[in-house]
Design a binder for this molecule. Structure first.
Ligand SMILES: Nc1ncnc2c1ncn2[C@@H]1O[C@H](COP(=O)(O)OP(=O)(O)OP(=O)(O)O)[C@@H](O)[C@H]1O
Length: 656
């Protein structure tokens, strides 16, 4: 019997109950990991298609029986040889020998033919189950309407872990189903061999050998489970660090900085250190888990096999066992011993699959736990229809308080802010003042801990989130660069409506990017990524214009509140000035919020608020705030002086 366990590197297993290292009692953990996990996989098998599941089950049962039938046929052949040789060619005994031989050959051929069918159907089941699990993963990742869960470190850990299971090339989680059915073949074979040995030799012998085989297998499989716990004791974290280092070192995104800062050798050394540390700990654990127990299991196996052989030998010596019976018993014993080995078509697949499924459960559980945001008092009487219409939104934030979970004090602490309908309000403040947090609340990616956001006199929580979001158009600081066509990149500003190609062109024209897009190989249908054939890459500023076009398209589709979070950070000064000249005009009459560190943009807003300490500490027009000579004026002058050290005139270089 051979151990045959290959080393693998599953991600760390943490308890789905605590989110920390698993501290459940051994029996409960064993029940969950070894029994319930298998039951869940078996119950999921029919979802890959009843016809496929039945066909694969049938093939596996047949593949379990065929080798046993082959053992019987070849043993009968051996038993028939003396009589056939004695009677000579053409005799009845000879013909019987030939017939049995042909039957054995047919059984062997059938087994050879069915094995690829087993692989093919198993592969099909694996792909189908992987597809279903991927759907579960995507649904779990996107299930929250807010982004709270995706800023929770436990959820991010789980996501990271599950993703690694799906990215593993050797065995994917779906393989567990096919692996579980492949075990049917092995255990049917083991049961039939036991019956055979019992029938022709001795039942005590057969049962003893069966017990030895099962003990050996249980030890090996249990060893895999025990070994995997080493990943809970810090190895997972070391591997994550190593993977991060490898990802940074091999990614195109970070290549420039690594080289310019001369970090390549440092990265290599750190990667080797972390990897070696993880590898050493796994190797030590492997020796502990497998080496000594393996010797014990092997001794037990040898004892059982030697006893069986000794009994057979003595039975044969006394003439109590026929030649056919001896051949049967010997072959059955050898085949049973083989059943104690690692099953390459089943063991790793089921063991890794069970862990992957558990990771997915943990992710789903954590997502739902992290997604339980503070209940909104008005949610119960949510109105079906949003407050909508052509009129620009009037938005008021009243005494809004918000803190990030597990992150210290409040970021917004009693903030009052009024966004006048059809006017542009700029929000300024130092880094970390809470400007982006304000955007998250306005877009309902987060809900306030206290206070209200009131739109046209109605608490925004009374409007279903999806409907509210159709009324909001946003250009995020870190907007998404979708690897879609340019047209789709813009049209995804209003996915609830059919794509309006004229509207897309119009939005691109107004964002000043239409000429650039039309000059691409396939015009606005060019995929904006070089990773795709015929695709093209845009500069940072051009991408930003595409994001702006997306928000204009959303406005065209009925959005009534425009939120711009650093919308021009990638544009040069001249492009920014030109952009605002046209943008202010284009969005005239739209309620908008502009967050920017560029005072040349901010000063053009109809109203400006300064956020500090989680509240609005100053508000007014540019002129009023300059006249006040307080925080805004100081920040404005500081920036203006950087462009115009001589200090000539208020923001001369930053002015329009
Ligand atoms: N997901 C988060 N979890 C915990 N704290 C966060 C999170 N996001 C932001 N913060 C903290 O909240 C505070 C406000 O962050 P926010 O991004 O809103 O500031 P900001 O005014 O937009 O800053 P900047 O001008 O640098 O973009 C910061 O102290 C930041 O560390």
């Amino acid at each position: 019997m051979s151990s045959g366990n290959r080393e693998h590197a599953p991600p760390s297993r943490t308890s789905s109950r605590t989110g920390t290292r698993d501290r459940r009692p051994g029996v409960e953990r064993w029940w969950d990991e070894a029994v319930l996990a298998r039951v869940r996989i078996v119950r999921a098998i029919p979802s890959t298609g009843p016809a496929l599941a039945s066909a694969l089950l049938l093939v596996n049962v047949v593949l379990g029986v065929l080798p046993v039938a082959f053992v019987v046929a070849t043993s009968v052949v051996i038993g028939q040889v003396p009589a056939a040789v004695a009677a000579g060619v053409g005799s009845q005994a000879w013909s019987a020998l030939v017939r049995t031989f042909l039957a054995a050959a047919a059984l062997f051929a059938l087994q050879t033919l069915l094995t690829p069918v087993q692989h093919m159907l198993g592969e099909l089941m694996t792909r189908r189950m992987d597809g279903l699990l991927q759907q579960r993963l995507i649904r779990a990742s996107l299930r929250s309407t807010g982004i709270g869960p995706l800023e929770d470190s436990a959820v991010l850990d789980s996501l990271d872990e599950v993703n690694r299971w799906f990215e593993a090339r050797a065995h994917t989680p779906g393989g567990a189903c096919a692996g579980m059915l492949a075990l049917v073949a092995r255990y049917v074979r083991l049961a039939a061999l036991t019956a055979l040995l019992g029938a022709v030799a001795s039942w005590a012998m057969a049962v003893a050998l069966l017990v030895a085989v099962l003990v050996f297998r249980t030890g090996q499989r249990g060893g895999l489970r025990v070994l995997s716990r080493v990943y809970d004791t810090g190895v997972g974290a070391v591997l994550r660090r190593a993977n991060h280092l490898r990802g940074v070192a091999m990614g195109a995104r970070d290549a420039k900085e690594l080289r310019v800062f001369g970090l390549t050798a440092w990265f290599t050394d750190r990667y080797v250190d972390e990897h070696t540390r993880a590898h050493d700990r796994v190797s030590r654990a492997r020796r502990r888990v497998f080496l000594v127990p393996y010797l014990g299991y092997t001794a037990l196996g040898l004892l059982a096999v030697c006893s069986v052989l000794a009994l057979l030998a003595s039975g044969s010596a006394q003439g109590a066992v026929s030649l056919t019976g001896l051949a049967l018993a010997l072959q059955a014993t050898a085949a049973m011993v083989m059943c104690g080995a690692n099953y390459p078509e089943a063991d790793l697949q089921t063991s890794l699959g069970m862990r992957a499924w558990q990771s997915l459960d943990t992710l789903e559980e954590r997502m739902s736990r992290a997604g339980e945001q503070a209940p909104s008092p008005e949610a119960a009487d949510a109105v079906e229809e949003p407050v909508t219409g052509p009129a620009p939104a009037s938005v008021e934030l009243r005494s809004v308080r918000f803190s990030y979970p597990n992150a210290g004090g409040p970021v917004l602490d009693g903030l009052d802010l009024s966004l006048a309908p059809g006017r542009c309000t700029a929000v300024v403040g130092v880094n970390g003042a809470g400007k982006t947090t304000l955007v998250k609340l306005l877009t309902r990616l987060r809900e306030p801990d206290a206070g209200d956001i009131v739109v046209d006199g109605l608490d925004v929580r009374r409007t279903p989130v999806e409907l509210w979001r159709r009324q909001v158009s946003v250009v995020f600081q870190d907007f998404v660069r979708y690897e879609f066509s340019a047209a789709d990149n813009i049209a995804c500003g209003a996915v609830h409506l059919p794509v309006d190609r004229e509207g897309v062109r119009d939005a691109a024209r107004r964002a000043g990017v239409l000429d650039t897009l039309e000059a691409l190989p396939h015009g606005i249908d060019t995929v904006l990524s070089r990773k795709h054939e015929g695709g093209a890459e845009l500069s940072g500023g051009q991408w930003q214009r595409v994001a702006i076009a997306r928000s204009l398209y959303a406005l065209g589709a009925g959005a009534r509140l425009l939120v711009l979070d650093e919308p021009t950070s990638a544009l040069d000064v001249r492009a920014e000035a030109a952009f605002f000249d046209s943008f202010i005009e284009l969005t005239a009459g739209v309620t908008s919020v502009l967050i920017s560190h560029r005072f040349s943009s901010v000063r053009r807003a109809d109203g400006i608020v300064v956020v500090e300490g989680g509240r609005v500490v100053e508000q007014g027009t540019h002129e009023e705030l300059m006249a006040l000579g307080n925080r805004y004026a100081r920040m404005f002058r500081l920036q203006a002086e950087r462009f115009d050290p001589a200090g000539r005139g208020e923001g001369r270089s930053v002015a329009r």
